[in-house]
Design a protein around this ligand. Structure first.
Ligand code: NAG
Ligand code: NAG
Ligand code: ZN
Length: 475
């Protein structure tokens, strides 16, 4: 590990923050066609940075056109770049995204979201500071440090940067699969810095994510909306049927009622149980995030397990229902109930769909209603579980110890980052999630921030990780 590198990062932090300031100033909001040219501008910015730092084979891949409510608009490019090409060294593929969530001052930001400002607590506030421009630039800072010091990187680095992550990563999967034997052919492991520490004080490495299966169930009957004064008590009402079935899906204590779901869940071993003992998380953090004390579980361990390694079922909404304030006596003719199941090893999405559909149809049949019910799975993304014993995790763990003087927590997350699974499946290589920011960065909300120390130490961490990878024994 090069001390020169660590010193360089420490000394040049103002320049690194300037780089982040320039990036945040480009409002690369991918969900808004009005900002599409800014997303393209952000891709140019990154290519120019990489070029100036001597990266090779800077190429783009065109994901094609996006159908935006019938209008065809071009998708921003996937930016590929390589630093170092020594076959004797390992090759790490770094993924990040350069688009951001929307942000308006009127949403309640205390500053202009596209102007990076540092507050008195040394927090760098601005849209994209933490998600994901800070981490992407962290890698670029590592490259800059080595170039300026006249040092070679300890590994070969490849970049894959996309501009549609906040809008479903349209077109990315096809390119990952295509380049698996092309641009990414010699990759040994993938590192993604696009998630967060669990809390605010201790770094973590993330090795698992839940999947999600989303369902729509439609109940219909009457040819048109009806008035309860005329038809109440005379017809089977779709909303009544829908409520009856939806109420059977999950109990108020969070237990999924669909038979067979828990049979697929990998049993919790004592060894796994122990991994939850020392995780830096406290109940008040949950209470703070929820804004109340309405938690189901009272022990930290149970909360984390419920979020990370057990499935959950949530009811999300009813399309077609009357929801405005005030009284209205409509009987909706057709209602669509929406719910999702967060899935874990070893649940198979096809089996989940089969069990859910059978159960919902059976429960509906019990109602003896003359309406019809149709249920379908609209989207299924699988869960992901990596191996924290793999050399890439061991290297990252040592890097955390080097930079932060503490062993990282090994965490999972309850949500999904679909690209993780795409890289793992397409490349058949281990993927590491190595977060830079803190759990309270507010990635998708107002006043998004990245603490200066997370940016600076995080840049050191990414560099230190590469040195530990180079020192690790290949398998
Ligand atoms: C917390 O929940 C209780 C009900 O358990 C409710 O009365 C109270 O208003 C809630 N507090 C907040 C801040 O929403
Ligand atoms: C994936 O890689 C492992 C070794 O890490 C190997 O044993 C396995 O055969 C590979 N699978 C495919 C489909 O290439
Ligand atoms: Zn992100």
């Amino acid at each position: 590990m090069s001390d020169q590198f660590l010193e360089y990062v420490e000394k040049h932090q103002e320049a690194f923050i300037d780089r982040l300031r320039k990036a945040v100033a480009i409002p690369s909001v991918s969900s808004d066609p009005g900002h599409r040219q800014d997303v393209f501008r952000m891709a140019e910015f990154l290519q120019n940075e990489l070029k100036a730092l001597g990266a090779d084979n800077i190429e783009t891949r065109d994901p094609g056109m996006q159908d935006f409510n019938g209008q065809q608009i071009p998708l921003p490019p996937i930016v590929l770049a390589t630093v170092g090409n020594n076959p004797a060294k390992k090759t790490i593929l770094v993924y990040g995204h350069y688009d951001v969530q929307p942000a308006l001052k009127e949403d309640g930001w205390s500053t202009n979201p596209f102007e990076l400002v540092e507050d008195e607590q040394q927090r760098l506030i601005g849209r994209g500071s933490s998600d994901d421009k800070g981490p992407v630039l962290g890698w670029i800072n590592v490259v800059e440090a080595h170039k300026s010091l006249g040092l070679e990187l300890p590994v070969n680095l490849k970049f894959c940067l996309e501009g549609m992550e906040e809008s479903g990563s349209e077109g990315l999967d096809a390119i990952i699969y295509k380049e698996a034997k092309g641009y990414f052919a010699d990759v040994d492991a993938v590192c993604i810095s696009d998630n967060y520490w669990l809390g605010t004080t201790k770094p973590c490495l993330t090795y698992g994510l839940r999947g999600v299966s989303y369902f729509h169930m439609t109940v219909k009957g009457p040819a048109r909306d009806l008035h309860s004064g005329v038809f109440g008590g005379t017809v089977h009402e779709p909303m009544t049927d829908l409520f009856a079935v939806m109420s059977k899906l999950v109990a108020p204590n969070g237990k999924i009622q669909v038979p067979g779901i828990y049979d697929m869940v990998r049993p919790l071993t004592e060894e796994e149980q122990r991994t939850y003992d020392n995780i830096a998380f406290e109940m008040h953090e949950l209470h703070g995030a929820v804004g109340n004390t309405t938690n189901i579980h009272d022990e930290v361990r149970d909360v984390l397990q419920a979020r990370w390694r057990f499935p959950s079922l949530s009811l999300h909404g009813i399309e077609g229902a009357f929801y405005n304030p005030g009284d209205k006596t409509v009987v909706p003719a057709k209602v669509i109930g929406k719910f999702s199941i967060r899935t874990v090893p070893d649940m198979k999405p096809e089996k989940v769909t089969e069990l859910v559909c059978k159960y919902v149809n059976d429960e509906f049949a019990k109602l003896g209603s003359k309406n019809s019910l149709e249920i379908k799975c609209s989207h299924a993304g699988n869960h992901w579980l990596s191996s924290p014993d793999h050399w890439t995790y061991v290297a990252a763990s040592k890097a955390v110890e080097r930079v932060y003087n503490v062993k990282p927590d090994l965490t999972r997350e309850g949500g999904s980052i679909p690209v993780t699974l795409s890289f793992q499946d397409a490349l058949n290589k281990t993927v590491l999630l190595l977060p830079m920011g803190r759990g309270d960065d507010g990635a998708h909300s107002i006043n998004e921030k990245l603490d200066r120390s997370n940016y600076v130490q995080g840049t050191k961490l990414l560099g230190a990780y590469l040195y530990e990878v180079a020192a690790a024994k290949a398998e």
